[in-house]
Design a binder for this molecule. Sequence first.
Ligand SMILES: [Ca+2]
Ligand SMILES: [Ca+2]
Ligand SMILES: [Ca+2]
Length: 247
Amino acid sequence: MRLAVSAAAVLVAVLIAASAHAVVVHQWNFNSVPPNGNTSNGTTSPNIGTGTLSLLGGLNLNYDVGSSSDPAPTDNSAARLWAFPAQGAGDMSAGVQFSVSTVGYLDPIFTFSLQQNDRSSRYGAIQYSLDGANFVTLSFFNDTNSASFDSYTANLSSIPGADNNANLKFRILSAYELTAKGSGASSYATINGNYSSGNNNVNQPNGTWRLDMVTLSATAVPEASAAWFCGLGLAVAGLVCGWKRLR
Ligand SMILES: [Ca+2]
Ligand SMILES: [Ca+2]
Ligand SMILES: [Ca+2]
C-alpha cells in the first residue's frame, strides 16, 4: 500500500511539473475587433480574459499607434492616456487601473508596454491590491527615451495572497520625481523639462502616455493535485469502511 501511494505521489508530482507553465489570463491589446485599418480607434475590452480597465484622476483615453511588442500585423493601437493633472498637483492619483482576477491561477505576473511623450511625467508607479481597495506600491519606473515603448513587469509570484484572488488589481500612476526617486522636485519631471497637462492640443501636444499589451500571466492551479487529493479522500474512506466491516 505504501509503495503504491509513493508511486502515485511521484506520478502526481511529474504531472504537476509538466503542467506548471504560465499562460495569459487577461490581456489588453487595444486593437479594434475586427481590425479596421485605423489605429486612431480601438477598444478597452480585453482581447483575452475578463478583466476590466478604469481611468483614475480625471484622465481621458483615446487611441494611437501601438507598440511593436503587439504581434498584430495591422491596425495595432495603443490606449493613449491624456489630461494628466497640472504640474505640482495629484501625485500618484492619475493613471489606469486593471482588475485581474486570478481565480484558478497561481504566481501572477503583470506586464505592459508604455511610451511616455516628452511633455509627460517620466516617473510612474506600479501598485497592486489584494483586496481591491488598499494599494501597495511595488515599484517605480523612470523613462529615459520618450520615443520608445518600454516594457515593465510587476511580479507577484512571491506574494501568496495574489494567488487565486478574485479582487486582484494593478494601477499604473504618474508620480512626482521626489516620490519616485526619494530626491529631487516635489512635482512632475519630464525628459525635456517642459511638463504639459490638461487637454490635448494636436498642434502642441500635451503630456500623453501610450499603453499597450497589458498582460496578466499566471500558472493554472494544477488539476492533477485536485484529482490526487480527491482520490486520496476516497481511498481513506474505503479503508475506514473496510476496517469497520471487519470489526
Ligand atoms: Ca495594440
Ligand atoms: Ca482600429
Ligand atoms: Ca520610453
